[in-house]
Design a protein around this ligand. Structure first.
Ligand SMILES: [Zn+2]
Length: 201
């Protein structure tokens, strides 16, 4: 980083440059924006970042982000708790919820199995999912991992663990383009995939 800036400003530019999609030029622009902005605005941003890290944890039932021990979806009495939709990431929950077609609850795996990247089943919340299903009262598990190789592999592995329990396992219909992700699917395609889900044999 250039010597023309003070150490403190350099530090802020460096931190911004670590963010996804932020190049050195944008990092510089953001840092100067903060420097020029009011104390109140700058502190509000600092506080929001601090709160996100201090207040948000994982729901102890579904592992989605939550500010309470149990998230809003899991504690919603109008939800069908007998249907669990399994997704890779919290962002997938948001995409599916936006369709308005889901009355079920979720289970957030925290990623997909990827041995080459060093991500093993034990790094995900698969064991917790199996225990959740074993506890009973679950009619259906909807696999909504991404329709790509890693997502399909993860779904297959989980299905092999859940089948012996005797629960019905479905997956989102293949209107979802193969190789795509839940996160970026359009609401219409997702809704069709939810309604047209098929049972996994
Ligand atoms: Zn939850």
């Amino acid at each position: 980083m250039s010597e023309v800036y003070t150490q403190t400003l350099n530090k802020l530019i460096e931190e911004f440059a670590k963010l996804p999609g932020i190049g050195p030029k944008t990092a510089e622009r953001l840092a100067f924006h903060i420097l020029k902005s009011s104390n109140a605005d700058a502190m509000a941003l600092a506080q929001a970042i601090s709160d996100v890290k201090n207040k948000i944890k994982r729901c102890q039932v579904c592992f989605n982000y939550s500010e309470n021990a149990v998230c809003g979806i899991c504690s919603d009495v109008h939800r069908d708790k007998s249907v669990i939709c399994v997704v890779e990431q919290p962002k997938d929950v948001i995409s599916l919820e936006k369709t308005g077609a889901c009355k079920w609850v979720y289970h957030v795996l925290g990623g997909h199995i990827a041995p080459l990247e060093g991500i093993e089943p034990t790094d995900l919340t698969i064991e917790q999912l199996v225990k959740r299903v074993q506890r009973g009262d679950i009619k259906e598990v909807v696999m909504a991992t991404n329709p790509n190789m890693a997502g399909d592999g993860t779904s297959l592995y989980i299905t092999s663990l859940l089948k012996p329990i005797g629960v019905k396992i479905t997956r989102l219909a293949r209107g979802l383009p193969a190789g795509s992700t839940i996160e970026y699917a359009s609401g219409k395609i997702l809704t069709d995939a939810i309604i047209g889900r098929t049972e996994l044999e």
